[in-house]
Write a new protein. Sequence first.
Lengths: 282, 355
Amino acid sequence: MPTEEHVLPDTALDVVAPACHDEDEYELVYHKPHTMVDVSMHYCPGCAHSLVHKLIMEVVEEMDIQEQTIGIAPVGCSVFAYDYMDIDMQEAAHGRACAVATGIKRLMPDKYVFTYQGDGDLAAIGIAETLHAINRGENILIVFMNNAVYGMTSGQMAPTTLAGMHTTTSPDGRDVGYYGSPIKISELMAQLPGAFYVTRQAVNNANAVRRTKKALQNAFKYQQLHKGTCLVEIIGNCPSNWKMTPIEASKFIDEEMVKTFPLGDIKVPKAEDIKTPSASSG
Amino acid sequence: MTETKLMKGNEAMAEAAILAGCDAYFGYPITPQSEVLEYLAREMPKHNRIVMQAESEVASINMVYGAAGAGFRTMTSSSSPGISLMQEGISYIAGAELPCLIVNVNRAGPGLGTIQPGQGDYFQSVKGGGHGDYKMIVLAPASVQEMADFVYLGFDLADKYRNPVLMLSDGAIGQMMEKVQFKSYTRPAVDKSWATTGKPKTRNRNYITSLFIQPERMEQHNLKLEEKFKHIRENEVRFEEINTADADYLFVAYGLSARICQKAMDIARDKGIKIGLLRPITLYPYPYKRLEELAAQVKTMLTVELNSGQMVEDVRLAVKGKVAVEFYGRMGGMMPTPEEIVQHLETLIQYHHAN
């Protein structure tokens, strides 16, 4: 909903577009990965999804594994992930991504398989499928986007909603006496022997983005080892449903979200575990 | 010559799955079909196939979705309460047009019900148990032999139409032992270029989805599915007829009920009642046309089911009021004896004669 400060001044439309120059005059310093479809995204301004999509596709491009990668899109804001990622993908029913990924990976153990799931999808309706996939040590990567609300249905309380946080279904703030406390999925799942690498990152500033990229690189590489599940939780900005500007949302992560969801590695493989692939590659 | 074996229906079905080239089976234990998972847990690894006991039927049907979407020949089986749990996944599978085989060894319900055989899942099977407009091809075996044969047929039909196929058996057919032969089988070549196997540079990405957010596109998808179901209705109706040539009366029954009716027919014929049997083999598509033809010939049809009267509605739809369609059924895992059915038939004949 536009507020006064967001309304463009009349003169904005009068800005003259820069004249076209010969491409040779410029040095290419950045390009979108070729593993992304060249379309504009439906995500809100300041949303974490577009950035994380790009990071995953950068890793796929850098590792040159487009041909070997299959992604699973969830139900939630990122339901259209397959419109943006130029790889083979499957759309899963709400919460079932890890079961779908299991079906794919068990039959194609040498492919890279990842799920992309939000907190409603993974931590509420799909927690059983997630927990059991990790407990089986499925050799998949789970990218867990945690923005503490149901985004697509416009901001209802999620299992990860912070204590006291206002949402459309917790209008007076999440009452932990009534609804319990936010679930710390990564800490919970790291307890399972099947979890190989568990980390929680964010994308609300340049350093955080670099660390998230590194985590995704690790997770994709670890998948070659056939030693268990990688879970990369990413604290996502959701300015629209948090009813904040993108800058306020980024600050909210640093000031509030990390108190409940501290960033950093939660379970890292031992040095000897990342040297050789496991004997059983199934 | 093909060897004849004595096997349980559930085990014959499992063995047929291996012979049909099933790449993966995902299941969850539930009576009366746990033998399927047990048999395959033992046998599939010997053939380098995947078998997995999932954490729930919800998970197993979604594992089927993933594997089928990747182009593999995939199946699951369960019994009534477990099949209810799978309905979400089945709707997605139908919407995403994924070929797979689902087997329901029907037990009596509702709810937890009983582990004894029933046919109470007819509506769920043929009228769309999950949400949205879709149909499964539904095959109803009436013998251990058919439980095996319909695995091959089911997989082939699923591949042919890119549609889930349901084999609707029941606790008696699944548990009883009979002679069975495993015929030689050649798997038809099927194009699965739509599968998500990893995108080479030479083709566009494949994606498996049932989501079409724009109503115009969704309707196009619905119409495409309807066209497919129409084609199935026109080409895949299967049924068996016994003693219909001279029949004045007709039993209509499927699966276990048809087996009982066969015996009842023999008893009735010995008493001079000219009765035949029509046994639908496909419950979807349904033999409406043949039943309508027979409506011009017989005086009364008697539908026998192990439920409160479900398929009888389709028989009535078929005959369009041209002939009386009566119903006899038992529930709760109870099975009628042939004599009990004949007695009911005689009462009906007397009633219709008097009126």
